[in-house]
Design a protein around this ligand. Structure first.
Ligand code: TRP
Length: 371
C-alpha cells in the first residue's frame, strides 16, 4: 500500500486512520469512553456516533476532572489562509456542541502569523483580512459570546508571548525537525511558530494561576504540535492539554481532504448557493459507467464524495443514512438522485449560514479580544 503523509502542513496519499493512531501514539475513542461522555451530554453527536471524531489524548482525564467539578476550557483554532469551507466548519460545529453540553469556555486562536510565515505570497494584511472573514463563520455557528474569545495572534500577543517563550526554550531544533520535517530552507519563523500554537493551552492556567484542564478539538493533522506541548507541559508546571481528533472532511473530487487550493472541489461558506449546487452536481461519485450496470451491480458509497458528505455532515439521521447506503449498493437509486438530495441540503444550509454570517458582523466585537 502507498505510504501516506500527515503533518500540520501536508496531507498526502490515502490515509489509514487506524494506522495514524499507531503512528501518532493517540488512543481510539472506545465504547466505554463514549458512554462516559453520553452520561453528561444526554446524547452523542453524530460525529461521535459515526467515529469521525475518533481519536483522543487524555479525554478520560478531562471527564474525570469534570466529574470532580473541575471544568475544562476548550481551545481550538484556524489558520486564516482563505475563506472558510465546510471542512473547517465540521470541528467547530462539534466544538460548539461541546461548549453547550458541558457549559464551558472556548479560546479560539486565529494564526495570522502562521499563515503569513508559511505562505510566500501572503502579507500580514492578507492573513488579517482572512482572520476577520473566518471569525464571522465561527460566530455564525452560535458560540456563546459570554463564554467565547477569539483572537488573532498578532493582536493578542502580550500574555501569549510570555508563554510561547517558555515553551520555545524547551524545544530543540532537532525535535522540531523530527516532528515537522523542517529543512535548512525553512524560515526560522516557522520553527518558532509551534510555540505560539501551544500558548493557548496554558493561557487559562496563567490567568487563573492554577492548573486549568484544556480540551482541544481538532483535525488529527494538528496533533504533532500538541504532542510537543504535552511533552513540555510538566516541566513548565502546567497540565498536559487533552485532545479529541477528527478525520478530514472529504473532497468533492473523492479522496481524503477538502483542499482550499482546489476551489471547485470544496464548498465555501461564501459560495453562491447556486454555484455550490453546481459543484455538487459535478462531484465524483461511486457510480458505475452506465445506468444498466449500476442497476445490476449497485454503486460504491465507500468512495463516493456525495455519500461522504451526507455521512459527515448533511444526513444526521442514522436510519436514513443506512437506507441510502443499501439503496446505493443494491442499485435501487442512481447518483443523480443522491446529488440532488445533497445539493438541496447544501443550498439550504448556505442560505441560512450566510444570514447568520451577516448578523455576525454586528457581534464581532463581543467575541474578539485584543491587547
Ligand atoms: N494551525 C492550525 C491551522 O493551520 C490553526 C490552529 C491554531 C489550530 N491553534 C489550533 C487548530 C488549535 C486546531 C486547534 O489550521
Amino acid at each position: 500500500m502507498a505510504e501516506f503523509v500527515v503533518t500540520p502542513w501536508e496531507v498526502k496519499g490515502e490515509i489509514d486512520y487506524e494506522k495514524l493512531i499507531d503512528k501518532f501514539g493517540t488512543s481510539p475513542i472506545d465504547e466505554a469512553l463514549l458512554k462516559r461522555i453520553e452520561k453528561h451530554t444526554g446524547e452523542l453527536h453524530a460525529l461521535l456516533r459515526r467515529k469521525i471524531f475518533y481519536s483522543h489524548r487524555s479525554l478520560n482525564w478531562i471527564v474525570s476532572e469534570y466529574e470532580k467539578g473541575n471544568r475544562f476550557v476548550l481551545y481550538t483554532g484556524r489558520g486564516p489562509s482563505g475563506h472558510t469551507h465546510l471542512g473547517h466548519l465540521m470541528p467547530w460545529i462539534f466544538t460548539r456542541w461541546l461548549q453547550e453540553k458541558f457549559d464551558v469556555r472556548l479560546i479560539f486562536q486565529l494564526t495570522d502569523d502562521e499563515k503569513f510565515l508559511f505562505n510566500p505570497d501572503f502579507s500580514l494584511e492578507d492573513t488579517k483580512k482572512f482572520s476577520y472573514e473566518n471569525a464571522l463563520d465561527i460566530i455564525a455557528l452560535g458560540f456563546d459570546p459570554e463564554k467565547t474569545e477569539i483572537f488573532l495572534n498578532t493582536e493578542y500577543i502580550k500574555i501569549q508571548y510570555r508563554i510561547a517563550l517558555n515553551v520555545a526554550k524547551k524545544i530543540t531544533l532537532s525535535t522540531a525537525k523530527a516532528v515537522f520535517g523542517f529543512k535548512n530552507e525553512t524560515n526560522i519563523g516557522m520553527i518558532f511558530f509551534t510555540s505560539m500554537q501551544s500558548a493557548p493551552c496554558f493561557l487559562e492556567s496563567e490567568r487563573e494561576n492554577r492548573a486549568v484542564p484544556v480540551l482541544i478539538p481538532c483535525a488529527i493533522d494538528q496533533d504533532p504540535h500538541f504532542r510537543i506541548t504535552r511533552d513540555v507541559a510538566p516541566s513548565l508546571g502546567y497540565p498536559k492539554p487533552a485532545l479529541i481528533h477528527c478525520k478530514f472532511f472529504p473532497s468533492l473530487a473523492g479522496g481524503d481532504k477538502m483542499s482550499a487550493s482546489k476551489p471547485e472541489t470544496s464548498i465555501y461558506t461564501v459560495d453562491n448557493p447556486k454555484e455550490a449546487r453546481k459543484k455538487i452536481m459535478q462531484a465524483f461519485t461511486g457510480g458505475q459507467e452506465s445506468v444498466e450496470l449500476q442497476r445490476k451491480v449497485g454503486g460504491n458509497p465507500g468512495v463516493c464524495s456525495i455519500y461522504q458528505y451526507l455521512y459527515y455532515f448533511f444526513e444526521e439521521n442514522d436510519e436514513k443514512i443506512k437506507e441510502r447506503y443499501s439503496a446505493c449498493t443494491s442499485g435501487a437509486i442512481l447518483c443523480g438522485e443522491c446529488k440532488k438530495y445533497l445539493a438541496d441540503r447544501v443550498e439550504k444550509f448556505l442560505i441560512e449560514h450566510q444570514k447568520k454570517r451577516e448578523k455576525a458582523k454586528e457581534l464581532l466585537e463581543e467575541f474578539i479580544v485584543r491587547d
